[in-house]
Design a protein around this ligand. Structure first.
Ligand code: FE2
Length: 186
């Protein structure tokens, strides 16, 4: 099962989320060497709603560029996504974590699945935030290709389906990733 939904959130919301992760990445580049694009913590910001992780300790990274509006948008996007998946796919699922991710220019993501992680997750959703780059298609080992388009959402079994990201050219690529667990189709 591989699901794709378009126009799940507005272009305005895509821009707000993109701006937050883009500013974090640029901050890291300014503060550190330009060679650390593979340091994951420089590329990723947590965007999990506080009501899901009430005991999550606040951190500089978590709070970076997070104001009342960006927090409201993040939380609303979580509600939009989980309600859409539950309604359209008749599925039960639990959120583990949400991240905003930078996929820097001139990088890619080799084929992998998430069954080597210590963390218990099964399905994933990817929400694409920009398309002002070339390349950067999502692909699976079975030949499925998804072109990032702002507001496009996917839902797939990242634990079992090997997937990757093609070479990214001309601009950074920004996504919001949802890590789900206990996914059950009713
Ligand atoms: Fe992955």
């Amino acid at each position: 099962m591989f699901a794709v939904f378009d126009n799940v959130i507005s272009k305005e919301y895509c821009q707000i989320l993109k701006s937050r992760i883009e500013s974090w990445y640029n901050y890291c580049l300014d503060e550190n060497s330009k060679n650390n694009i593979w340091q994951w913590e420089k590329r990723v910001l947590d965007a999990t709603p506080l009501r899901i992780i009430p005991n999550h300790k606040s951190s500089f990274e978590r709070n970076y560029n997070l104001n009342a509006e960006t927090m409201r948008v993040q939380d609303e996007v979580f509600d939009i996504v989980i309600n859409l998946l539950k309604t359209k796919l008749n599925v039960d699922l639990e959120l583990v974590r949400i991240e905003l991710q930078t996929w820097p220019i001139n990088t890619n993501g080799p084929l992998h699945s998430h069954n080597e992680s210590n963390e218990k997750t099964d399905y994933n959703s990817l929400l694409y935030l920009n398309d002002d780059f070339n390349g950067g298609e999502f692909y699976t080992e079975n030949g499925l290709i998804v072109r990032p388009t702002p507001g496009r959402l996917t839902f797939f079994d990242g634990f079992n389906i090997r997937h990757g990201v093609a070479d990214i050219y001309d601009n950074n690529r920004y996504t919001m990733i949802f890590w789900w667990n206990n996914t059950k189709f009713k």
